[in-house]
Design a protein around this ligand. Structure first.
Ligand code: TMP
Length: 241
């Protein structure tokens, strides 16, 4: 697989063309941003961890019936993925109140929901990724009703399977953000990444935050938290062999 020109540089990843028009290479950086880019920094080793973790989780989810963009891990930071047209929705699943949910509704963090919630944000940096409902997303032609149904089903399957997996690692899956894309034939697949950048992961016993909130909130121990959560997952995957 030949890497060709850089197509895009995002906040945390670069994307390159390949000699196959249906495949891309994503390259994970150590750069971190928060609050729509207002806060910037570096988390040493993050790119390596997010690449590895996302690939482990995508491979796992494929065995559970979730179609993903994952093709092949090339090295520590680079992965071949299927080329998709990203559906411009951030798909957020929550099991426990935290972050913008707690802020918006004026409740404390840590309230355990009876059932998971799914919400969408319109992926649009200029607008600050506003919350959007299904009907608005359809009206704006961001996705069809059928695609929204499929995306929600996948999102809840991802939640169920990852909740189980992380609980085996002594970790509580509080909430997370997914992105989906369309293949050339219109098939919806899970895309982007699943990592401590895009999930809230709390130690089940101590409630310690093992995710990007340590960076967002200046809690310190950011690199340690990324290494700890990666270590937990790798240890569990090793036991399953
Ligand atoms: P929120 O509570 O700030 O809305 O975040 C919900 C989840 O989505 C949390 O796990 C962090 C993740 N997330 C992203 O992956 N990217 C983002 O830009 C934001 C705001 C949140």
């Amino acid at each position: 697989m030949k890497q060709r020109e850089q197509l895009y540089e995002g906040k945390a990843k670069k994307v390159y063309a390949t000699d196959d028009p249906e495949l891309l290479i994503v390259s994970y950086k150590d750069d971190a941003t928060a609050f729509n880019g207002a806060k910037r920094g570096t988390i040493e080793g993050k790119g390596v961890i997010n690449n590895r973790m996302s690939n482990i989780l995508m491979r796992y989810l494929q065995t559970k019936g979730v179609a993903t963009h994952f093709v092949e891990e090339l090295n520590d930071r680079d992965t071949i993925v299927k080329k998709v047209a990203i559906v411009p929705l951030e798909v957020i699943v929550r099991n426990i109140s935290a972050g913008s949910f707690a802020k918006r509704y004026g409740v404390e963090e840590g309230i355990v929901f009876d059932a998971p919630t799914v919400e969408f944000s319109y992926k649009n940096d200029d607008l600050g990724d506003p919350l959007i409902n299904d009907d608005h997303a359809i009206a704006l032609k961001l996705a069809t009703a059928g695609e929204i149904k499929q995306i929600k089903e996948y999102a809840l399957t991802v939640n169920r399977e990852l909740q189980k997996l992380w609980s085996e690692c002594g970790v509580t899956l509080v909430d997370f953000k997914l992105e989906f894309g369309r293949l050339a034939d219109g098939t919806i697949v899970l895309a982007d990444e699943i990592s401590p950048d895009t999930c809230r992961l709390w130690d089940s016993a101590t409630k310690e935050k093992l995710d990007k909130d340590r960076f967002r909130r200046d809690l310190g121990g950011v690199e340690d938290a990324y290494r700890t959560i990666m270590g937990r997952l790798e240890q569990y995957m090793e036991q399953q062999k």
